[in-house]
Design a protein around this ligand. Structure first.
Ligand SMILES: Nc1ncnc2c1ncn2[C@@H]1O[C@H](COP(=O)(O)OP(=O)(O)OP(=O)(O)O)[C@@H](O)[C@H]1O
Length: 257
């Protein structure tokens, strides 16, 4: 259960998806997806491997285009945006990759400075250093600033990866399997961090996972994806309280208290 009640603005939608379809040849991946993410909300997209979760978040960030349907992000129809408009929108969307996507040849501090240098070239060194310090403190790893990624544990790399995404102060966070490959205690730390980020940076997030413990700890709403569409949505308790066989099957696939 989440340790705090987030401030969700139910009257404000930051992502709105309608009737989304996407196929690759004969592989019909998304088959009528509808979703609303409200400001301040964490939605967990839960589904087994290959159900189309990653394709969905790639479409949201315009890394892929849908065959039909609409995606509105922060009031903009993504498909209609010109190159510059898309670049500006992408700065407001933080994409947390599964592997943290750190540059191995740079220190932690340099990894965090990189997106600032590239996207905010006029920012002063002092301001950059302050941002890096704030983010490192937020992810609980201030002491690692001069370390190389190879010297960090898997959990620390995930934290720095989240920090690197946060450094541009995105309004929306997209987490792709944030707990994949971590032991249960480190998973709990990452879940807590996702909630901390939501609270402190007032982000709205989509968290894609097949980890039920992660879903339970971080999701204000859970949306279960199966065969390219959402088959069930609601709070964790609402989604998992009935005896729907598909859901039970999924529930039994994880171990959770
Ligand atoms: N660029 C692409 N070209 C062709 N097929 C693709 C492409 N991207 C994804 N797919 C296919 O779309 C389907 C869904 O993939 P996706 O990565 O979204 O699954 P997922 O639910 O995120 O799974 P996992 O939990 O394993 O990451 C798969 O069958 C995959 O092979």
């Amino acid at each position: 259960m989440k340790p705090f009640t987030p401030e969700i603005h139910w009257d404000e939608t930051v992502i709105s998806i309608r009737d989304l379809y996407k196929s690759f040849g004969q592989n019909h991946v998304l088959r009528g997806v509808n979703l609303d993410l409200h400001r301040g909300e964490n939605i967990v997209v839960l589904g087994r491997s290959g159900t189309g979760k990653s394709v969905l978040i790639k479409i949201i960030s315009a890394l892929l285009y849908p065959d039909s349907g609409t995606v509105n992000v922060l009031g903009l129809e993504v498909e209609t945006l010109k190159h510059d408009e898309l670049r500006d929108l992408r700065l407001k969307i933080g994409f947390c990759f599964q592997n943290g996507a750190l540059y191995d040849s740079m220190t932690v501090g340099e990894n965090l400075a990189f997106p600032l240098r590239r996207n905010m070239p006029h920012m002063s060194k002092r301001e950059r250093d302050e941002r890096i310090a704030t983010v490192l403190e937020a992810v609980g790893l201030s002491q690692t600033i001069n370390q190389m990624p190879a010297e960090l544990s898997g959990g620390q790399r995930k934290r720095i990866g989240i920090g690197r995404t946060l450094i541009l102060r995105p309004e929306i966070m997209l987490y792709d399997e944030p707990t994949a490959g971590l032991d249960p205690i480190t998973c709990t730390d990452i879940n807590n961090l996702i909630n901390e980020v939501q609270k402190r940076f007032k982000t709205s997030s989509i968290i894609i996972t097949h980890d039920l413990a992660c879903a339970k700890a971080t999701g204000d709403k859970i949306a279960v994806m199966k065969e390219g569409r959402f088959i069930k949505e609601g709070s964790f308790e609402e989604v998992f309280s009935d005896n729907d066989e598909l859901i039970r099957e999924f529930y039994d696939y994880n171990f959770i208290q």
